[in-house]
Each structure stands twice: as C-alpha cells, then as structure tokens.
Design a binder for this molecule. Sequence first.
Ligand code: APR
Length: 242
Amino acid sequence: MIIDLIKNANHLVVFTGAGMSTESGLPDFRSANSGLWTKEKKAYLSSTEALNTHVQEFVAFYRERVLGIQQFKPHKGHYILANWEKKGRLKRIITQNVDGFHEAAGNKKVDELHGTLQKLHCEACGEVFSSEKYLDQEYKCKCGGILRPSIVLFGEMLPEKPFLQAEEAAIQSDVFIVLGSSLTVSPANQFPLIAKQTGAKLVIVNGEKTDFDKIADIVIHRQIGEVLEEWDKAIGLGTDIG
Ligand code: APR
C-alpha cells in the first residue's frame, strides 16, 4: 500500500518535524527524557519576552542550538528525500525544523515554516547576519539593537511566504507524508489536515502516537531513518550517499 502510494503519487509532499533530525544528533522538543521542552524545561526561552528580559540566558540557549546545527549533519534520510526531489518523486518539503538540514542535503523546494537558525537578524534595524556571530559571543548590532535567531518564537506570526506556499502544497498534494512531528503546534499542524480534507492520502511516521493518527490513512510508529531506507529501496531509487 504505502510503496504504491509513493510510486504512483502525482504530487507527493513531505512534512517534517524535529523527529526528522534526532538521528542526526539534534534533540527534539517533546520526547520524554530527551526533548528540549521536557528534559531542560527551556520552552520559556523560546519567546520574545525572554529575548527582552533574560537576554543573556536567551543568547546562551540559542548559542547551544547554533552549535548543534554546526556540529551535527543531515543523516541518510535527509539525502534520500533530496534524491527523491531530484528524481521528480517528491514535489515539496514543508518543515517546522530550523536546522537547515533539508537544504544542506540538497532539497531546493523547502518551506521553512518556523524560520532558520542559520541566520540572525537585528531586532531594531533588521540587518541579517550568519548565526556564527552567536558563537563569537556577539549579540549586539552596530545600531545597538539585539541580534536574535531568524526563527519564529512562541507568540510570533509565521513568515507569510512559506506559509502560503505550504498551504498550496498541502492542497495540491495527493500523498502527504508526516515525518517526526507530535503535530501539537499550530498553525503548522493544520497542513496535514488541509491535505486530508482536500483529498490527499495522509501517512504519519512518528515514534509516538499523535492526535492526528485517527484521521491518517497509514500510521507507522517506527524510526524515520530505517523507514525511509526501506521505502527508498522498494521504489527502486536506492539513494547512495557515497
Ligand atoms: N523517528 C520517528 N519519530 C521520531 C524520531 C525518529 N528517529 N525522533 C523523534 N521522533 C518523534 C517523537 O516521538 C515526537 O513525537 O518526533 C516527534 C517530535 O515532536 P516534537 O518534539 O513536538 O517536535 P515538533 O513536532 O517538530 O515540534 C513542533 O514546536 O517548539 C516548537 O518550534 C518548535 O518546530 C517546533 C514545533
């Protein structure tokens, strides 16, 4: 069933969450004992309030996360999705992830709903910098403003262009595959619903149950890396990452 769906899809769209990058070494947010929001109780730092009132703690937290995306790399699953795009099998990736690993693996058609940790911008003048500045212990712009990661903090609006492109992709999709998301954060978690409501077959691959499992056509509670490798072989693409 799932292999036929992937093989025969006219408009396959993949939607990824933090579970897509845990096999690269990056923690997710809500997995028991390891998620950033469960183990380290740091969710309060992902807010403009923390940026404005606890800037040292805010910067230290995001410096750790910038270090993470410099130290860890895309895993084979990311390269499989890049090969699927190259071979025309995958039309688009909608991601909640800010690690930039899909583009680093070679995907070009990626909508980053929650922005990117690869960049910083000044809260005051908007100038954009590489997030490496945080590694140089710098977080002040020459204009005096504070440099913050170009990600969506809790309470902030999502960037309009990726949102609209993701909505279009969800509507156009005839197969919509969720990889590694608890689907607990809106509005990102609405895209699988939009896909399903507009006629797509919905597939969820996640380590744990999600509230959307009941509306999915196929639910697989397994590790993403091994599932993608099995699918890749079964559809005859056999991605070789050298
Ligand atoms: N294979 C399959 N599933 C996995 C794997 C794996 N290797 N690793 C983790 N998972 C699953 C976990 O079981 C969990 O349900 O991935 C899911 C990740 O869920 P979250 O940690 O909630 O991450 P995500 O859904 O991406 O969070 C959405 O919340 O805090 C915000 O902005 C942040 O983009 C993030 C958003």
